[in-house]
Design a protein around this ligand. Structure first.
Ligand SMILES: C[S@@+](CC[C@H](N)C(=O)[O-])C[C@H]1O[C@@H](n2cnc3c(N)ncnc32)[C@H](O)[C@@H]1O
Length: 363
């Protein structure tokens, strides 16, 4: 699978789109909002640029990216107007994702975003915010040398640049049969192959960003993670259930077993120690914060019922599944998946471990 060409969230505003099925990520962003705001304010106060250049990497096509931009602009604007008695800086905002992302949906939301920022036209001087879309992989250079002050990236960095190459043994047998990524029953070789891919990708991410950020520039990175053993339960629950839904389709003859065995996703949830080790090995950043938090039940948006969680996973997985299998299986698979999730989630609350990392460019 050529991840750069195939991978994207389900675009548009339809029932199965990422835009309408990203409340889980939204909840995670709310949980660490105070960290994002503290970081941008501290950065602004120590650098006071005339134009603040910020980038959201892996912005996708839903409302979350503009919510983050709004939080950042509002926080800096309030600090300037209320406490520093000076006008806000101008903001240059770069929205990045892979080329197949539905950038148009975000751009179409910009008039409403601007109206909201201007509080419905009631403000005398509204902060100037200039947007640009930047298609390309964040596992490589995206911006000119030392051109950014602040980088935000949420729920994108657990996606690898490719499925690790070493998932087949010498006789051509798939090592992770029936599973899609590291699971409780995966052999150690599979865990190792995924970790090596993450190591390579995250190191390249750090190297690229260290060239693009100014000295003292900051990054707030939010990604799915794990607290201990590589095959622990947590986010893996959702992959396990998807594997079971596929197994049912194999039993009923709707999908070939071989197609399921050869379906692997470029997903890896690192531990705090793994992140720490890679940041130190790169040597260009200081870790200001590294914390784990858990995204759990949220009664306000009913995201913990099986149906809505199945929709959330579908919005992320559908393009890859269509590419590997066929469009025909998608509805049946996710119907099955929703029923399985409902049954399991009635018995226990599933919490998804996540990490927030704040890095400061040190040289
Ligand atoms: C789950 S979405 C998160 C979107 C948004 N940041 C949020 O918090 O709701 C992950 C996004 O990361 C993007 N992504 C994954 N790998 C990427 C890469 N190598 N370069 C740029 N974007 C990438 C995906 O295309 C997807 O839109």
């Amino acid at each position: 699978m050529d991840v750069e060409k195939v991978f994207h969230m389900k675009g548009g505003l339809g029932e199965t789109s990422y835009a309408r099925n990203s409340s889980h990520q939204k909840k995670g962003l709310e949980m660490v909002k105070h960290i994002t705001i503290e970081t941008i304010i501290d950065l602004y106060l120590t650098s006071t640029p005339h134009t603040l250049a910020i980038a959201d990497l892996g912005c996708s096509s839903g409302p979350n990216t503009l919510s983050v931009v709004e939080q950042i602009v509002d926080a800096v604007d309030e600090r300037c107007c209320r406490y520093l008695l000076q006008s806000s800086p101008e903001f240059q905002v770069f929205l990045n994702d892979l080329p197949a992302n539905d950038f148009n949906s975000i751009f179409m939301a910009l008039p409403d975003f601007r109206a909201k920022l201007n509080k419905g036209g009631s403000r005398e001087a509204c902060p100037c915010v200039f947007f640009a879309g930047v298609p390309g992989s964040f596992y490589g250079r995206l911006f000119p040398n030392r051109s950014l002050h602040f980088i935000h990236s949420s729920f994108g960095l657990h996606w690898l640049s490719q499925v690790p190459p070493a998932l087949m043994d010498e006789s051509g047998t798939w090592l992770n049969k029936g599973k899609m990524c590291v699971s409780e029953s995966s052999p150690p070789l599979v865990s190792k192959a995924y970790f090596m891919q993450f190591q390579q990708d995250f190191s390249l991410f750090l190297k690229s960003r260290s060239e693009e950020l100014i000295s003292g520039g900051r990054m707030v990175l939010i990604l799915l993670g794990r607290s201990g053993h590589q095959r622990e339960m947590g986010h893996t629950f959702y992959w396990e259930m998807l594997a079971r839904a596929f197994a049912c389709m194999v039993s009923s003859g709707e999908v070939e077993e071989e197609s399921v065995d050869s379906y692997n996703v470029p997903f890896y949830a690192p531990s705090m120690e793994e992140i720490e080790g890679l940041v130190h090995a790169d040597g260009s950043f200081r870790i200001d914060r590294l914390e784990m938090f858990e995204i759990g039940r949220d009664d306000s948006n009913s995201m913990q019922d099986g149906g809505s969680m199945a929709m959330a996973v579908r919005a992320i997985q559908e393009p890859m599944i269509r590419h590997h299998f066929s469009e025909g299986i998608v509805d049946g698979l996710f119907q099955q998946y929703a029923e399985m999730l409902d049954a399991e989630m009635a018995k226990r609350e599933i919490k998804v471990p996540s990490l927030v990392v704040v890095l400061r460019k040190s040289k």
